[in-house]
Design a protein around this ligand. Structure first.
Ligand SMILES: Nc1nc2c(ncn2[C@@H]2O[C@H](COP(=O)(O)OP(=O)(O)O)[C@@H](O)[C@H]2O)c(=O)[nH]1
Ligand SMILES: [Mg+2]
Ligand SMILES: [Zn+2]
Length: 363
């Protein structure tokens, strides 16, 4: 080892960075700029592993995590993740930490904008409690007055959507501004234009764009791994293969909170019953005359029957035990079947041996 190397390795401080991709035990990390190192090229990514101690304490590293990195030399494009900073938010599907907002992208046409499907995606996104940006794409395929009608309608739903066309570059700059210096997760049905939008916003990447084809005119999912892409002027975006409206799941009592058009009513008072589901209970403060009230009732019924099925399962599957993990997270874990899996402790073994000799029997 030459003297400059020793000099560097003892003086290189820790760097801060963001994990943009993860695969097996390797992490791609993008470092924050550090003005002490004027000549260092902060545009390149580091390939990192995580410190052994993090594994031992069960600290996982997620895409989106803010991390502290140790490097052995300034030039080396590798690094070691020595700690993970506390997360602001955590999404499970896709597994992303610190998302600032979800951008829900829907097309006006191809496939046709469908209120019920849009509503489900909106509720799913709202249930994450991460701020939501609604964006309607392919504005080139419908007339301006139709666009306006949708805008008015969605205003009544509590949203101010961005109307864009990736094809005509309509509304892209305004959208770009709202993505700056934030981590944004793109969600929406396949065929909406998520990959096309990422291609437009991030230079030099070629996300596969699905051909809208087949009888259903639905694009296929081609995006698999979650990866954050850097916007030229700051900010990170990711596509989401896993964000699906079909797996909507929430506490029936919380469902009403995911409808912004009535959320304010909840702040103005209280229903007579604190477990009110806002159907036909007496002295309920939620009005019944809003367009999506039907959606609310249908999804509520779905959530209630889901809950019922779950509760039945819980009773039946007494082979599961409930474990309360960090932050009060409830996790069901299988009880180990004693005969098959449980290892006997040494004390147990000795006891069994003693009994074996005492009884003189052979198993
Ligand atoms: N007419 C029109 N087509 C678009 C627009 N944006 C995307 N598309 C098309 O919509 C299809 C699906 O796009 P893609 O980006 O793969 O959608 P994803 O499934 O959400 O990733 C492709 O054929 C795109 O060329 C647009 O603004 N206008
Ligand atoms: Mg795609
Ligand atoms: Zn009520």
């Amino acid at each position: 080892m030459d003297s400059t190397h020793i000099f560097l390795s003892t003086t290189i401080p820790e760097f801060y960075g963001t994990v943009v991709a993860a695969q097996a035990n390797f992490y791609r990390v993008y470092l924050d700029e550090n003005h002490e190192y004027e000549n260092y090229d902060f545009s390149s990514y580091l390939l990192c592993t995580r410190r052994e101690r993090l594994k031992k304490i069960g600290q996982n590293v997620m895409v989106g995590d803010r991390v502290i990195i140790k490097k052995s030399s300034l030039q080396d494009l590798r690094g070691l993740i020595i700690s993970v900073l506390p997360r602001k938010t955590e999404l499970s599907r896709p597994k992303v930490a610190n998302a600032d907002q979800i951008l829900l992208l829907f097309p006006f046409k191809e496939p046709e904008l469908e209120p019920w499907q849009l509503s489900r995606f909106l509720i799913k996104a709202e249930s994450t409690l991460i701020p939501l940006v609604l964006c309607l794409n392919k504005a080139d395929l419908i007339k301006p007055d139709e666009q306006k009608k949708w805008k008015m309608r969605l205003k009544k739903w509590g949203y101010t959507p961005h109307l864009i066309s990736i094809l005509n570059i309509q509304g892209i700059q305004e959208l770009y501004d709202c993505l700056q210096n934030k981590i944004t997760i793109f969600a929406g049905p396949s065929g909406a234009g998520k990959s096309s939008l990422i291609n437009k916003l991030v230079p030099n990447i070629e996300q596969r764009v699905d051909k809208v084809s087949g009888k259903l005119r639905k694009g296929r999912h081609t995006t698999r791994h979650v990866e954050l892409f850097r916007l030229p002027k700051g900010g990170l975006v990711a596509d989401t293969p896993g964000f699906n409206q079909a797996d909507l799941q929430c506490d029936p009592r919380k469902l009403i909170n995911y409808f912004p058009e009535v959320r304010s009513q909840l702040k103005q008072g209280e229903c007579q019953f604190n477990n009110c589901l806002h159907r036909s209970e007496p002295n309920c403060i939620i009005s019944k005359s809003w367009e999506r009230y039907e959606h609310y009732l249908t999804i509520l019924a779905e959530m209630l029957s889901q809950k019922e099925v779950e509760q039945k399962k819980k009773v039946q599957e007494s082979t599961l035990k409930l474990k309360i993990k960090a932050f009060g997270k409830e996790v069901y874990e299988p009880k180990l079947e004693i005969k098959k899996y449980r290892r006997y402790s040494r004390q147990d073994k000795n006891q069994r041996l003693r009994e074996f000799y005492k009884n003189g029997d052979l198993e």
